[in-house]
Write a protein that binds this ligand. Structure first.
Ligand code: IMP
Length: 441
């Protein structure tokens, strides 16, 4: 029987509310893969990479671009602000990282226009609306247009005549809305159209049928690493709706967001902090007291890479990770930022939820219920010794190992790697783990 190359692909995604440190994990793992592909989200995601003296925030381009021989793909499930993408490409090129012939963008990806962030303010700022606390990048309104079947895709943008017609209709609709809601000045649509036509010419060489590119690569024995943005609890279907992003951040999104069929997706790995954070509004059962939260924030540098907003911080929530493990089928967990907990004498871990005094066996579907649950904590002793930069599991303090074992038991998923700092080498890969096998393919 022929060897099935398909199962050697891997998806890496956040097991919490995003910002779990996936960028570093993807960068590290990409060594084992030929291509890295994004499948959802837009420039609402982001992580900072250091290239020599420069700091670049990668928002749309997968971090695999940092490794010279890898090809990277921005799939059809991603929404693209051409200005943001081109700015990122320019920053990469200026840092000596070649993108030509290595970066491929789906011709079916939808385009963000300046009216998208403008209209976002209708839902975010109008009195009486529930403010989601979005990143204000126009992500939600762009996906709205996609689902409403009036969106404009890169393939349309590249076809000047069809673009002009589609743009005129879409933009006139938006100007009407803008006027009705008395939002700012009318957009100079002719100017926007001209600007986007110029973007189209710069993007043209990179735009292609990436589903075909990926499927042909897989058929040819190449390995693909799929990179999730945001986190499973921000997934439009499975997250804490309505405090979610507008795309399928879960593993299920890989198939629709890249055109690689479910039978060829391969393994799934979840990334979780050793504690938890969230940005924006929404229920957060294990949010720490202001003092402990502040300590986690300062030690963990918990400020958004894209918006600079302080992140809300709290304790590891095992019921939440059990839930995201179920939805995504995590075969291994990577625990990041263990070293942030070096500073705590005691570390609470949420092992279950109670609702009106009764144990709750499932993740509540509504944010009203989730905001009422009482977390049941088990408090573990801290290790109060620096673990920052450690690269050996055995060298970790005994209490740090106990803590990790406890998380593993509670999450019900094997921990395959632990990150102890920002840099690639500040990582512990557990020998003989399932993760090690998944990486070897
Ligand atoms: P949007 O994706 O900008 O529509 O924002 C929707 C929600 O997702 C808000 O709570 C954001 O803070 C959150 N969000 C979006 N992207 C990220 C991310 O990369 N990390 C963490 N939270 C995010």
């Amino acid at each position: 029987m022929a060897v099935d190359p398909n199962m050697s692909n891997l998806t890496v995604l956040g097991a919490q509310w995003g910002d779990e440190g996936k960028g570093k994990v993807v960068d590290l793992f990409s060594e084992h893969f030929d291509l890295v592909a994004r499948y959802q989200g837009g420039h609402n995601a982001g992580h900072t990479v250091r290239i020599g003296e420069r700091r670049i925030i990668l928002k749309l381009v997968p971090s695999g671009i940092l490794r010279p021989r890898k090809r990277v793909v921005v799939g059809n499930g991603v929404v693209i602000d051409p200005a943001a993408l081109l700015e990122e490409i320019d920053a990469l090129e200026a840092a000596g990282i070649q993108t030509t012939g290595r970066l491929f963008i789906s011709n079916r990806a939808h385009v963000i226009f300046p009216f998208h962030p403008l209209l976002e303010s209708i839902s975010e700022k109008r009195p009486g609306r529930v403010a989601i606390g979005t990143t204000s990048r126009g992500i939600g309104p762009c996906y709205e247009d996609k689902v409403a079947r009036r969106g404009i895709r890169l393939a349309d943008l590249l076809d000047r005549e069809s673009f002009r017609n589609l743009f005129r209709n879409l933009a006139e609709d938006k100007n009407t809305l803008r006027a009705a809601f008395r939002l700012g000045e009318p957009l100079e649509l002719a100017k926007v159209q001209e600007q986007y036509e110029a973007y189209a010419e710069r993007l043209r060489p990179m735009v292609t049928d990436t589903a075909r590119l990926l499927n042909e690569a897989i058929a040819g024995g190449k390995r693909v690493l799929f990179e999730g943005a945001q986190g499973a609890m921000l997934d439009i279907d499975h997250g804490t709706y309505p405090f979610v992003t507008s795309s399928s951040a879960c593993a299920g999104g890989v198939a629709t967001g890249t055109g690689v069929p479910p039978s060829r997706i391969g393994g799934v790995v979840g990334v979780s902090k050793a504690y938890i954070t969230r940005v924006g509004g929404g229920p957060f059962p294990t949010e720490a007291s202001s003092e402990a939260g502040q300590e986690l924030r300062e030690h963990g540098h918990e400020y958004g890479a894209v918006t600079g907003r302080p992140r809300r911080c709290g304790w590891f929530d095992a019921p939440l990770v059990r839930y995201t493990a179920m939805i995504n089928g995590f075969e291994a967990l990577v625990i990041t930022k263990l070293d942030v907990l070096d500073h705590f004498a005691e570390i609470p871990v949420c092992v279950g939820y109670r609702l009106q005094g009764q144990p709750l066996g499932e993740m509540p579907a509504t944010n009203q219920t989730l905001s009422q649950v009482e977390p049941v904590y088990q408090t573990l002793p801290g290790w109060s010794t620096p673990t920052s930069g450690m690269t050996s599991y055995r060298a970790l303090p005994g209490r740090a190992r106990d803590y990790l074992r406890f998380l593993q038991e509670q999450a019900g998923v094997e921990i395959g790697a632990i990150s102890t700092g920002d840099e690639r080498r500040q990582t512990i890969l557990i020998r003989g783990s399932k993760l090690e096998k998944l990486l070897q393919g």
